[in-house]
Ligand binder design. Structure first.
Ligand SMILES: [Zn+2]
Length: 263
């Protein structure tokens, strides 16, 4: 890896920190249903935050998780989301050259957008529906038109993405109807549409499978450790997100391996 690439990876991490603090704003604004805009303010005392207190991750650590004005604690959601998006930026920049490969932006931006519903599902058991529809449509559109190709190819890709949406609708819709929203909620269905747009149908199957494996392991460990109570509802969107990332990074290898195994 040359020095230019290493610099680009560091830049991607910094951009991730900034986009992560934007994701934090989106989380709060979608939850409170107010418009985006205006300066960042402390959620408790409403004081406008000075630019030097807006540096992702570092400001939170420097202020030891407290507001510089009222001294009330600032939720750990903020530095964790910033760090998470910075890590997504690093991984995308290691996998794809940010200067020459548009897939860097596809992986980075779409994986980052999914953080917003993950946080909202964990904290309030809700997801931003119109937002997820937007992510599903934009990512699906990208899959259809990129890379530029013949009309025939584009049409074939359109059917492929349509199939992914159909799989999400049937697989999650059925579980919601059959279980009367006991196993899964409508939020999981909306998230699954975004997965379909980002992954396409082959990787979507990998993503769903991995979500159940990861979610199952986490739930099992949680119950054994006494962290989760019996009958308590666990958010499933974080597991779907984890499955999505595994499918995005390793989906091609996993499907190739699977096709080889059943031959
Ligand atoms: Zn404050």
């Amino acid at each position: 890896m040359d020095i230019q690439r290493i610099l680009l990876i560091i830049l991607a991490a910094a951009l991730g920190g900034v986009l992560g603090s934007f994701a934090n704003v989106l989380v709060i604004r979608w939850h409170e249903d107010s418009s985006i805009g205006g300066r960042s303010a402390c959620p408790r005392c409403k004081t406008t935050i000075k630019p030097r207190h807006l540096i992702p991750i570092f400001s939170w650590l420097w202020l030891r998780g407290k507001c510089a004005y009222c001294g009330k604690s600032i939720h750990y959601q903020y530095p964790i989301v910033e760090a998470l998006v910075a890590i997504l930026g690093i991984i995308a920049a290691v996998r794809h050259d940010p200067l020459t490969d548009p897939m860097f932006w596809f992986e980075f931006l779409f994986s980052m957008t999914l953080i917003v519903p993950v946080v909202m599902d964990i904290r309030w058991q809700e997801v931003p529906v119109e937002y997820l529809i937007g992510v599903a449509v934009l990512s699906g559109l990208w899959q259809v038109i990129y890379p530029p190709s013949s009309m025939e190819d584009i049409l074939a890709r359109f059917y492929s993405i349509a199939l992914a949406f159909l799989i999400s609708a049937v697989f999650f819709g059925l579980q919601i109807v059959v279980s009367r929203q006991k196993w899964l909620g409508l939020g999981d269905l909306w998230f699954a549409f975004a997965m379909a747009g980002i992954l396409g149908w082959q990787k979507l199957l990998v993503g769903i499978y991995m979500a159940y494996v990861i979610g199952g392991v986490v739930a099992f460990v949680g119950f054994v450790a006494g962290k989760f109570k019996r009958g308590s509802r666990l958010p499933f969107v974080p597991a779907l997100f984890a499955g999505t990332m595994v499918a995005l990074w390793y989906g091609d290898r996993i499907t190739a391996w699977f096709l080889h195994a059943i031959k």
